[in-house]
Design a protein around this ligand. Structure first.
Ligand code: ZN
Length: 55
């Protein structure tokens, strides 16, 4: 697997993606970063990684 990483502006934006993927029944995993407030979502149905972690 080599999914593209999409930079999100805020944790709220990542949360919105998590919710909309959930509604669609997508298989996803989410990681919370202890280095600052950041969420990283991996959606295996969208085949995309979304994070607000500063890269
Ligand atoms: Zn998805």
């Amino acid at each position: 697997m080599n999914f593209p990483v999409k930079q999100e502006e805020s944790m709220e934006n990542v949360l919105k993606h998590i919710e909309s993927c959930k509604v669609l029944g997508h298989f996803q995993q989410v990681a919370y970063s202890v280095h600052g407030i950041a969420l990283t979502q991996i959606c295996f149905d969208c085949e995309e990684v979304r994070t607000n972690l500063g890269l």
